[in-house]
Write a protein that binds this ligand. Structure first.
Ligand SMILES: [Zn+2]
Length: 278
């Protein structure tokens, strides 16, 4: 159904890189040599590192080739707006969820060379981009667009969530969770990872580490998923109080937490979450 197979010719996946884009997300999925297979979001709003720099600098920091696939978790601006400033990202292939978008998002989408919408007929189904060695990227549009007349669509709950899987030699599958801004329990296929055959190596925290709207189901599922590493992708400071470290560390007492703002203070532009991390 989807013409673009970003993992074609790829032998395996080493993990993901979480770019420091300030308040927002931009994540790359990496092959075994560290080359980008797939972009998930291309955001960065408040506190982004591109204020006052030339367009070409954005292209150099967040380099997208015309042949790359960029997928959006959802249409909130902090997940796509670096592409307004960069140039090369607009020539890539974009695969996006059908959602009610802002006028700015609609104007931006008209500037992209190639953009396709995930059909609503596949909502709730799990899709995979497989590699030769069995590693794969899974993705799922988690809920339906409520339609043009609906008001107040919560884009966080009708977007696309991802996970990256690595097959270990002993038969265990290691997983990195990329829920976008959706709470984990809203992602159907994440519930399958509480099985012992899966080990959750890491995750990019939902909604930049937000502590709002945590029903019991969030805490319960996070406890069962038990990721080793959690990355908060957000700016410091930000207007939303992200991340809520107390809530996340209470839910995941064994996890190691890092954030992109800290990485910037250390002079780095990104953080890696790799299957080799222990
Ligand atoms: Zn966001």
């Amino acid at each position: 159904m989807f013409a673009h197979q970003p993992t074609r010719g790829v032998s395996g996946i080493s993990g993901v890189t979480i770019e420091d884009v300030g308040q927002g997300d931009a994540v790359r999925v990496l092959d075994l040599f560290g080359a980008t297979i797939l972009w998930i979001d291309y955001g960065g709003r408040q506190g982004n590192p591109f204020q006052g720099v030339r367009r070409r600098t954005v292209d150099r920091f967040l380099h997208v080739r015309p042949s790359d696939l960029v997928m959006l978790t959802h249409w909130d601006e902090d997940h796509w707006c670096s592409a307004r400033k960069g140039v090369t990202a607009r020539d890539a292939d974009w695969l996006v969820p059908r959602q009610t978008a802002s006028p700015r998002a609609a104007r931006f989408s008209a500037k992209l060379a190639s953009i396709r919408c995930i059909p609503e007929s596949v909502v709730g189904l799990v899709h995979e981009f497989g590699t030769g060695g069995g590693d794969r990227v899974r993705w799922e549009k988690i809920a339906r667009w409520p339609g043009p007349d609906a008001r107040n669509e919560d884009c966080n709950l009708t977007g696309v969530a991802f996970s990256v899987l690595h097959e270990r030699d002993d038969g265990v599958t290691e997983v990195i969770l990329l829920p976008g801004d959706a709470p984990c329990e809203a992602v159907g296929h994440f519930h399958g990872y509480v099985d012992d055959a899966f080990e959750v190596r890491g995750m990019v925290a939902s909604h930049h580490g937000s502590g709002a709207h945590w029903p019991k189901a969030t805490v319960e599922l996070l406890k069962h998923l038990d990721p080793d590493h959690v990355v908060f992708s957000c700016s410091d400071p930000n207007a939303y109080g992200h991340p809520d470290r107390a809530k996340w560390s209470a839910a995941l007492p064994n996890a190691e937490f890092r954030d992109t703002a800290e990485a910037r203070r250390d002079g780095r532009r990104s953080l890696d979450l790799l299957f080799t991390d222990r």
